[in-house]
Design a protein around this ligand. Structure first.
Ligand code: GLY
Length: 405
């Protein structure tokens, strides 16, 4: 028995020191890579990815624009590096006019990651003003009939689409509600989360990507996919957004309904993770453990889908990073074996992401941190590339794991 205790203690010590070692290596690498990224960025652009040997930047209203400033704030918090602080302030300032820009539901991602992370160490009242104005803008997308904020504007395919990703935008509403004491933001966040909980999930905890509503009646019209393999498959980044979104809603409200949903999502996805912990781009893509056939409803035609039996199934490092960040937190809201499983899974993923297979060497990978992400394999675009949001959630995840050691 005593020997078992010693062994557990040694194993714990080993996993702690390796987390610390991984953290130091990753944050040192981030300083080098991001300094180079910062130096080459135009005043009206933010980094998105590096594809076919070329850097691809996005406009300031792109959904990804908050992740680079956000990553800089996270690196500053970890390292205290004054040069990084200057970069974080400068890159964040580029988004100051965001409420005047043409944006959608992702203003939550954009502003909470940049100004939200900047407000924590600086307490800058201007940042809070922008967060509040952005939360107000997000609330204009809310329909009390549907009970949700509209994700994308009406289009040919859907009139009132709500995507599972939208759970992430609720964090801005929750933060602003907490910081200003105004309940209305949290009421909208709760309504959106409750409606999503009711309509976006199957009995096993897997999620639909897009649920389209009738704006007049609030009825569900369609359940489909945009970035996953098929309408009935489970897109791994979408499922990761769900895990994170409901964990975050539990943190912000203390409502056990959200905790239960997060646990259900975790119970679905953890057994499907490959040995090294990095999810395949869709949990039902051909070649995965739970693969659907190529003729699955809503799947691309075989001729459009450049995968054949025997090919490796592409992984999505961004989904892996989001899962770590969510599990690091969920492990603190649960106990015993369950809590240990979440933390162990999170550490397993971090070990892989911090290895040379995934972590870029200095100067490579367009100066992003992580390799092997997937944007939209359904359309065969953005395949096996770095992604600014993979970097952001990886840094955030490591910080959460360190804080809860
Ligand atoms: N929110 C868009 C994506 O996850 O690709």
């Amino acid at each position: 028995m005593k020997a078992l205790h010693y062994l557990t203690a040694i194993l714990l010590l080993f996993s702690c020191s390796s987390l610390k070692q991984n953290a130091d290596r990753v944050f040192d690498r981030a300083v080098v890579q991001f300094t180079a990224l910062d130096a080459r960025l135009a005043p009206d652009a933010m980094p998105v990815t590096f594809e076919k040997g070329e850097v691809r930047d996005g406009k300031l209203n792109d959904w990804t624009s908050g992740f680079f400033p956000g990553s800089l704030w996270l690196v500053y918090e970890h390292t205290g590096n004054p040069d990084i602080l200057e970069m974080a302030k400068r890159q964040t300032a580029k988004l100051s006019g965001i409420t005047e820009m043409d944006t959608d539901h992702d203003i939550g991602f954009q502003v909470n990651c940049s100004f939200g992370n900047g407000y924590r160490p600086t307490g800058n009242p201007d940042y809070l003003e922008i967060m509040k104005a952005s939360a107000d803008k997000l609330c204009t997308r809310f329909s009390p009939v549907v009970g949700c904020t509209r994700s994308w504007n009406p289009g040919k395919k859907w009139n009132f689409p709500v995507i599972i990703d939208n759970m992430m935008n609720l964090e801005l509403l929750a933060e602003v509600s907490r910081l200003t004491g105004e309940q209305k933001y949290m009421d909208i966040a709760r309504s959106h989360a409750n409606t999503t909980l009711k309509n976006h999930f199957r009995a096993d905890g897997s999620s639909y990507h897009v649920v389209a509503y009738d704006e007049q009646t609030g009825e569900v019209v369609k359940k489909q996919t945009s970035q996953g393999f098929s309408d009935e498959s489970t897109w791994s980044r979408g499922e990761s957004w769900a895990l994170y979104g409901f964990t975050m809603m539990y943190r912000e409200t203390g409502d056990s309904v959200y905790l239960e949903q997060a646990r259900k999502v975790a119970a679905y996805l953890i057994p499907l993770l490959p040995k090294d912990g990095i999810p395949e781009w869709d949990f039902n893509a051909p070649g995965t453990k739970n693969a659907f056939g190529m003729d699955a409803a809503g799947a691309p035609k075989a001729s459009d889908y450049k995968w054949k039996p025997g090919d490796p199934v592409l992984r999505d490092s961004s989904a892996g990073a989001i899962i770590v960040s969510a599990l690091a937190e969920l492990s603190t809201y649960t106990s015993g074996k369950e809590s240990r499983l979440y933390r162990k899974t999170a550490l397993r993923i971090v070990n892989t992401l911090a290895s040379p297979e995934y972590l870029a060497t200095p100067g490579e990978n367009g100066n992003f941190l992580l390799k092997h992400g997937v944007t939209n394999l359904h359309k065969w675009s953005g395949v096996d590339i770095p992604l600014t949001y993979a970097d952001y959630y990886f840094l955030e995840a490591i910080q959460k794991l360190l804080k809860t050691e």
